[in-house]
Ligand binder design. Structure first.
Ligand code: ADP
Ligand code: VHF
Length: 364
């Protein structure tokens, strides 16, 4: 049993397109009814539930006469706009059978991370909780452009779990957990528990189902975000939602890490678009990775891109591999000047780090 999930007071459940559609790719109303029944029961026990649901695009395939999920962004956005209303109507009707009201929230990643907007989102969700309404979230596909778009709902669900300080996040899909390789690969086996995501050796390169986006790669990223935010994660089959909610040992379990990361660092690591790159020398790379030291200007070999002080940048190690991200302490112009000075004046060391350790997220 998993007491972290069984005793959870706040739960975020994400259901993917793959578990909401039938073999023809149409919205499966029996599934919607199952989720509504199980979540309404949880809600009746006083647990605060947020449902993050995909399926808007899938729900539009039938009405629009499309044989498969569109590939281009504009048609995906248009299809999502058609399907979203149908999806929420289906949930609304299904929850009403159990006397529960639902609310629709369309959010982007930025909405749940930017200080200006996350508070509004949190206030709305908190008030809905007090009103006894179950919030139903999907990504706002209409306004989510390439740069700020997740496309899958896995990472959005993890950030919502962080936003509402959930105890557990359940990522429900069409596969009964994380496998050592794509489940159809001979010899692939299911992993019961993952304590350290960075130490995993799992092949997630094969994409997911015909209707879903991201496959296991985005689910692992989501599990990483959530566990770093202090939320335990279950990744499993939507058929087992009831068992997973009861804390039974189904799917793959990722226990929460003890230390909660602040929101701005989660944004930096998982949502920000870096404005430039800092290539560091071997000494600096070692200091960062072994001691989590601040990055000094003297350890920066090359500055690429144009950025202002405080903007997100990617930190590259000696071999050009990404070792982390940080909010940079200088503008690109000032940092380039600083590099020139520290090379020309032997012993010159600026007191201000290029990236302070508290403003940095290492990849490992
Ligand atoms: N290592 C792996 N373990 C489990 N499933 C995997 C793995 N690699 C790829 N997958 C695929 O990921 C799919 C689930 O992802 P996706 O289609 O995006 O689902 P959803 O719509 O539920 O988000 C599974 O159907 C499975 O085929
Ligand atoms: N916002 C989109 C989600 C896209 C999607 O397929 O996500 P997922 O099934 O979680 O991989 C929709 O509702 O169709």
């Amino acid at each position: 049993m998993r007491p972290e999930v069984e005793g959870a007071k706040r739960v975020v459940v994400k259901v993917g397109s793959s578990s909401l559609t039938d073999s023809k790719g149409q919205l499966d109303l029996a599934r919607v009814a199952q989720f509504a029944r199980e979540l309404a029961a949880l809600h009746d026990r006083g647990v605060r539930v947020v449902l993050v649901t995909s399926g808007a695009i899938a729900a539009a395939l039938g009405p629009l006469g499309l044989r498969r999920r569109p590939r281009d962004l504009e048609t995906q956005q248009a299809a999502a706009a058609v399907g979203q209303g149908l999806l929420v109507r289906a949930y609304s009707d299904a929850f009403a059978e159990h006397g529960v009201h639902v609310a629709q929230l369309l959010l982007t990643v930025e909405d749940v991370l930017r200080p200006k907007t996350y508070r509004n989102a949190l206030n709305t969700i908190s008030r809905l909780f007090r009103l006894g309404v179950v919030p139903i979230v999907n990504e706002n596909d209409t306004v989510a452009t390439h740069e700020i778009r997740f496309g899958d709902n896995d990472r959005l669900a993890a950030l919502i779990a962080h936003l509402v300080r959930a105890d557990a996040l359940l990522l429900m899909s069409d596969v009964d957990g994380l496998y050592t390789a794509h489940p159809e690969t001979p010899g692939a086996s299911r992993i019961d528990r993952v304590d350290d995501i960075s130490a995993l050796e799992v092949d997630t390169s094969r994409v997911g189902s015909k209707v879903g986006t991201g496959g296991m790669r985005t689910k692992l990223l989501a599990a990483d975000i959530a566990t770093q935010a202090g939320v335990s994660v279950v990744l499993g089959n939507a058929d087992d939602l009831g068992k997973a909610l009861a804390g039974e040992d189904v799917g793959t379990f990722f226990p929460a890490r003890r230390k909660r990361r602040p929101r701005r660092l989660l944004w930096l690591a998982f949502a920000a678009e870096p404005r430039g790159f800092l290539e560091v020398d071997e000494g600096a790379e070692r200091a960062l990775l072994s001691r989590h030291a601040s990055l000094l200007a003297a350890g920066v070999r090359e500055v690429r891109g144009t950025f202002a002080e405080g903007e997100p940048v990617e930190i590259l190690g000696a071999g050009g591999r990404t070792i982390g991200r940080g909010f940079v302490g200088y503008s690109s112009a000032d940092l380039t000047l600083e590099l020139g000075r520290s090379n020309a004046e032997a012993g010159h060391r600026s007191l201000r780090p290029a990236v302070h350790r508290d403003h940095m997220m290492l990849t490992e």
